[in-house]
Structures are given as C-alpha cells and as structure tokens.
Design a protein around this ligand. Structure first.
Ligand SMILES: Nc1nc2c(ncn2[C@@H]2O[C@H](COP(=O)(O)OP(=O)(O)OP(=O)(O)O)[C@@H](O)[C@H]2O)c(=O)[nH]1
Ligand SMILES: [Mg+2]
Length: 199
C-alpha cells in the first residue's frame, strides 16, 4: 500500500503508468482501476480509506488538503486480484478549484455522505455532477452512507439512502462505519469486483 501526499502526486502518477488499466492487462492480477472518493468535508472519506487499507481509525479530524492517494491490492473471488488506486479528494469548498484535475480517467466514484448530516446528503447530486463533468469516460458510481455506528444521531434512513442510490444511478449502496469497520471491507471488495466485471 502506498499513501502519498499531493506533492508526490506527479511522480506517483508517472510510476503507475507501467500498470495496464482495466482488464486489458497481460499479466493476471495487475489490472488497475482508479476510484475517486467524493463527498462533503467531514463525512469520513479519508477514514474509510484508512480503515480499508490500514485497519486504523482516528477520532481526530484532519482535513484533507487537495488530494491524497493510496494504491492497494484487492483479491477477487476467483483468485485474481486488482489494484485499486484510491483518490481521496478534499471535500472542503475551498478546495473545489483543485479537484477537477483529479477526475480524469476515473473508472469508479464513491459518493460518501454522513448519515448524521442531512446537508452532506443533499449535496450528493452536485458531487456526481462534478465527477461527470470532469471525468473523460463513463464512471461507475457507488453510494456510501458513513458513520453507521452513530445510529442514535442518524437523520438519513436506510430507505432514503436506497432511494438516493437509485436517483444517482449508483450500482451499489452501503451504510458503513469507518470507526468500527462495519461493511468497509465488503464494500471495497464489491467495488473491485464490479469494476473488474465491467472492464
Ligand atoms: N463515529 C464515526 N466517526 C467517523 C466515522 N468516519 C469518520 N469519522 C470522524 O469524522 C471526522 C471526519 O473524518 P475524515 O475522514 O477526515 O473526513 P473527510 O471526508 O476525509 O473530510 P475532508 O478531508 O475535509 O474532505 C473525523 O473526526 C473522524 O474521526 C465513522 O464511521 N464513525
Ligand atoms: Mg479527508
């Protein structure tokens, strides 16, 4: 797993160009898919990635500046594996101007809301639009309702989440907790499977 800051982005981006994209790989197990992780500030995008790639969680909020990214191998059901290149985008409005450059070539997009925060749910269509406007290919969307451990503070029901997934055309929807890890591994594995199947 590689976790890199924005300043290393260019060299890291160059270094992955040796890996073939999608299913057109010559060597089994080296398919690479780019996945952007989008949604309002504070919904838990960085935390979901940290939970998945490092099984770690921090209560402290450290805003993402620009973007960070991680490359991780994900095993598939049939003994193959794929590399997911996860682009963790800054959700704060002040970073809106830097985000468009990071969507190019993305295969998948995780749209994340905080199920204790209605505003983060209401902005999902705008996030989808930002991805669609800036990606130069068809993108597969996934919807995440995060912070499911805070059930007492929930303001978005599961049914609303399911309806939103349909509205957005998301192929899958999960309620996750980056804190407890609930549904996190399953969700990322399902993303890897669907991207591999669609390629
Ligand atoms: N209880 C709970 N807290 C969470 C969960 N996921 C994230 N948090 C907390 O929510 C805050 C924000 O998490 P981040 O992962 O930094 O949010 P982000 O979406 O990356 O925010 P930006 O980088 O600013 O866009 C932190 O204090 C986390 O500890 C979760 O599943 N449950
Ligand atoms: Mg972040």
């Amino acid at each position: 797993m590689i976790l890199k800051g924005r300043e290393q982005e260019e060299s890291a981006t160059n270094s992955i160009q040796v890996v073939n994209e999608g299913k057109s790989n010559l060597m089994p197990g080296t398919s690479l898919f780019k996945v952007v992780v989008c949604g309002d500030a504070n919904v838990g995008k960085t935390s979901l990635i940290m939970q998945f790639v490092e099984q770690k969680f921090s209560e402290q909020y450290v805003q993402t500046i620009g973007t960070n990214f991680a490359i991780t191998d994900v095993p598939l059901a049939d003994d193959e594996s794929v590399k997911l290149h996860l682009w963790d985008l800054a959700g704060q409005d002040k970073f809106a101007f830097v985000r468009p450059q990071f969507y190019k070539g993305t295969h998948g997009a995780m749209l994340v809301y905080d199920l204790t925060n209605r505003e983060s749910f209401d902005t999902l269509h705008a996030w989808k639009e930002e991805v669609t406007q800036n990606a130069n290919k068809t993108v597969i969307f996934y919807l995440f309702g995060n912070k499911s451990d805070l059930d007492g503070e929930r303001v978005i029901t599961t049914a609303e989440g399911e309806e939103m997934a349909q509205d957005l055309g998301a192929v899958q929807f999960w309620e996750t907790s980056a804190k407890t890890g609930d549904n996190v591994i399953d969700a990322f594995h399902a993303i890897a499977e669907t991207l591999f199947s669609a390629a």
